[in-house]
Design a binder for this molecule. Structure first.
Ligand code: SAM
Length: 254
């Protein structure tokens, strides 16, 4: 511990550390990747070629994504942890939102969404619950889109959002990837992760966007290094062009 303290007091030494440089380079690279999550959500909504209803779990500042989404009806859920103004339809946690929806206290109990964007609390257990709940309210030909599924380093994949002195600095993907990988093993859905904007995960009930992982898990303890060595298998990581080719074939003419 004493040594660690000394290292941190020598700022330059830390910045020259290969792990710091690597993480900083990877953050920069991720920020420059295109398309963005917003482009991907709008692409999917446009492919459905009908009146669409969109739900975003975790909105923060709507100008970053929600305001730019092109859907006929849009809803946002956020308890206002990060952005105090919190101008969303439902100032609730996602758990409370689904409880109220189940009880028929908000919206129409039979509502089904075309696209749901999961970007709320980035901890695996919560994200897993969000996926389960969203699937219940997703149209059969709809899509779940998830942010932050491909953290570039273990520092980005830390559990503690508030800690900013790791090589990832302010950037945080949390442990969303673990929930996504769990669902990659579920054969009732198809899934893939687009290699852009920190990993944009997509889950579909009906479109063959990626086969699930069969057999027992080869990463039962969700070790980051195991993920990192084979993102193709664990995330079905693919380029947007390849994803687009699959969707354009499944939904031609839109
Ligand atoms: C990463 S931000 C969302 C960013 C936004 N979706 C975008 O694309 O720019 C995460 C948001 O999730 C919210 N949040 C935290 N806990 C939540 C929970 N339990 N349910 C829903 N949202 C939550 C935070 O308040 C924060 O505004």
């Amino acid at each position: 511990m004493k040594l660690l303290g000394k290292e941190f007091s020598k700022g330059k030494k830390v910045l020259n550390d290969p792990a710091f440089k690597d993480a900083q380079e990877k953050s920069r690279s991720e920020l420059n990747k295109r398309p963005t999550r917003t482009d991907i959500i709008n692409y999917l909504l446009s492919k459905l070629n009908r009146q669409t209803t969109y739900l975003e779990i975790g909105v923060r500042n709507p100008n970053d994504n929600h305001a730019h989404i092109k859907a006929d009806k849009k809803y946002g859920v956020d308890p206002g942890v990060e952005f105090k103004d919190n101008p969303v339809s439902f100032q609730l946690t996602s758990d409370d939102f689904f409880t109220k929806l189940d009880k028929g206290e908000i919206l129409d109990k039979g509502i089904l969404f075309d696209v749901v964007f999961i970007d709320g609390l980035h901890l695996a257990e919560q994200v897993d619950r969000d996926i389960i709940n969203c699937l219940r309210y997703l149209k059969d030909d709809g899509f779940i889109v998830m942010h932050d599924c491909s953290p570039p380093t273990e520092w980005h994949a830390r559990e503690n959002y508030a800690y900013k002195h790791s090589p990832a600095g302010v950037y945080w993907n949390g442990t969303t990837w673990k929930a996504f990988v769990k669902w990659r093993h579920e054969n009732s859905v198809h899934s893939c992760c687009i290699d852009t904007d920190w990993g944009v995960g997509v889950i579909a009930k009906n479109y063959a966007i990626g086969n699930s992982i069969t057999g027992p898990s080869t990463n039962p303890f969700y070790e980051f290094d195991v993920l990192d060595k084979d993102r193709k298998t664990y995330l079905n990581l693919m380029k947007f062009e390849d994803f687009k080719a699959i969707i354009d074939k499944a939904l031609p003419g839109n």
